[in-house]
Design a protein around this ligand. Structure first.
Ligand code: AHR
Length: 496
């Protein structure tokens, strides 16, 4: 099947903010206890952080990590997680019905972030708490000293302020499952007042308001409009969340699901621009897609989980090869919208619906979805070019007309290199790739073709076989005739 990609460096869709490759660590399941933090593990460092996990996080190069939730945050008292560990209370986490010993708190997260080379996105509890606790948290974290809370931080051993730039104003406040769920009016008012107080403290801090938990919420998209009516001039980003599933084992539909991510982003952009017009505002609202991934494998198992224990095995999706293909398409969707989506967080990072998996007391390894994320994070930081992909398409009951090739072109102006991310959605046919890159010259050479392929869609990486699904180099005798195998994720790198 012929697939021609037309792109020109004259037509730039947007420059990718590296924070598009962010992630998320929630106090949930074994994300923290048995994941990033396990003092008894042979690979634990002097602070109890697993060095094998830190190595993988560094390799993935996530520029921002959202913390501490998620649903967890809506019932979290930040004051419980500071100071000497032996004085910290154990609390009930109502969101996940778990025990929270508060041993990996604010300071530990900041130290861990520094060690893995990431920036924090700190989410504030606007479920059970409000303005007073939010402004206190910001003072504790970011004020240099001389005030009660900044001096308290110093007394806890952090002389320098944490200097956290990015703040989330609550989590999924539109969701009835949320502890402290609010109407759009209630949340919009609260987020506006909290945002105002934070900006009084430091106008350079960046704020994310909660959008809808997914595009099927009955309140979508009125929620966005109402929340922005209240917060437009105060916040910098509006959040989006979306998870994808394939319980029916229908690969054609599953591979098409990135169309719903595209549609969700497009609608939210329109609502933002509508509110901008209504308010006669000069400001453009950007988006923060701070939870996205495949999530369904663990649903049944999680119903059996014993409640009220520390670090239960929750949301431990073991990802298949087909999930990696879908993650490749979702990354292309985010990159295609890089003019408006500036920040995104794959949910999550370790163990809970995560690219990195561990055994408590044992190994750490890369799940299948690790690979498309790794390569997008490594080579996706450039200019996404407007492109037209001429290829046949198929009709899907749920998502409509879907092209067989999901292709995206990234140009790196400083080196002139071009990276092409392609998923072949066709189950049987090769794609014969043709590139039409006017303005980029004819002197481009293919220097690398990396493919993720497997004959079994349900192949996984696990502790016994952590390298079952691995990227491979493809060698081409004839770079004029590039063939992309059916049901594969591909990265093609071109140099001048
Ligand atoms: O990432 C898992 C959960 O999904 C988060 O806690 C919540 O925000 C979302 O519903």
């Amino acid at each position: 099947m012929k697939c021609t990609i037309h792109a020109s460096k004259q037509f730039v869709r947007g420059t990718v903010d590296p924070r598009l490759f962010g992630s998320f660590v929630e106090q949930l399941g074994r994300a923290v206890y048995g994941g990033v933090y396990e003092p008894d593990h042979p690979a634990a460092d002097e602070e109890g952080f697993r060095s094998d996990v830190m190595d993988l996080v560094r390799e993935l190069d996530v520029p921002v990590v959202r913390f501490p939730g998620g649903n967890y945050v809506s019932n979290f008292n930040w004051e419980d997680s500071i100071g000497p560990k032996e004085n910290r209370p154990t609390r009930l986490d109502l969101a996940w019905k778990a025990l929270d010993p508060n041993q990996f708190g604010l300071q530990e997260f900041m130290h861990w972030s520094k060690k893995v080379g990431t920036e924090p996105m700190m989410v504030i509890n606007l479920g059970t708490r409000g303005l007073a606790e939010a402004k206190d948290l910001v003072e504790y974290c970011n004020h240099p000293g001389g005030s009660y809370l900044s001096d308290l931080r110093k007394s806890h051993g952090s002389e320098k302020p944490y200097d956290i730039k990015l703040w989330g104003l609550g989590n999924e406040m539109d969701g009835p499952w949320q502890v402290g769920h609010k109407s759009a009016e209630e949340y919009g008012r609260l987020a506006c007042e909290v945002g105002k107080a934070i900006k009084l403290f430091d106008p350079s801090l960046e704020l994310v308001a909660c959008g809808s938990s997914n595009s099927s919420m009955p309140t979508f998209p009125e929620w966005e409009e109402t929340v922005l009516d209240h917060t437009y001039e105060v916040v910098d980003y509006l959040s989006l969340h979306m998870y994808f599933r394939n319980e029916e084992k229908d690969i054609a539909t599953f591979l098409a699901c990135s169309a719903s991510m595209d549609a969700f982003i497009d609608t939210v952009v329109h609502v933002c621009d509508y509110v901008k017009a209504k308010k006669r505002s000069k400001k453009t609202m950007y988006l923060c897609f701070d939870e996205w991934n495949v999530w369904f494998h663990s649903h049944e198992k999680d119903k059996q989980q014993t409640p009220w224990i520390v670090g239960p095995s929750l949301l431990e999706d073991v990802y298949t090869f087909e999930d990696a293909l879908v993650v490749g398409c979702l990354l292309n969707s985010l990159l295609r919208h890089c003019d408006r989506v500036k920040i995104a967080c794959i949910a999550q990072l370790v163990n809970t619906i995560a690219p990195i998996m561990t055994e408590t007391g044992g190994k750490a390894w890369r799940q299948t979805i690790y690979w498309p994320f790794y390569y997008a994070s490594k080579y996706g930081r450039g200019e996404v070019l407007e492109s037209r992909v001429d290829v046949a398409s198929y009709e899907n009951r749920q998502y409509g007309t879907i092209p067989y090739a999901d292709a995206l072109v990234v140009h790196h102006p400083e080196t002139g290199e071009i990276d092409l991310f392609v998923v072949n959605r066709h189950e049987h046919e090769m794609l014969s790739l043709e590139l039409d890159l006017p303005g980029l010259g004819n002197s481009y050479m293919l220097v690398e073709h990396i493919v993720l392929e497997h004959e079994n869609l349900y192949a996984v990486n696990d502790a016994m076989n952590p390298e079952e699904v691995m990227p491979k180099q493809v060698l081409h005798a004839d770079t004029e005739n590039l063939q992309i195998a059916p049901l594969t994720w591909n990265l093609l790198r071109f140099h001048r």
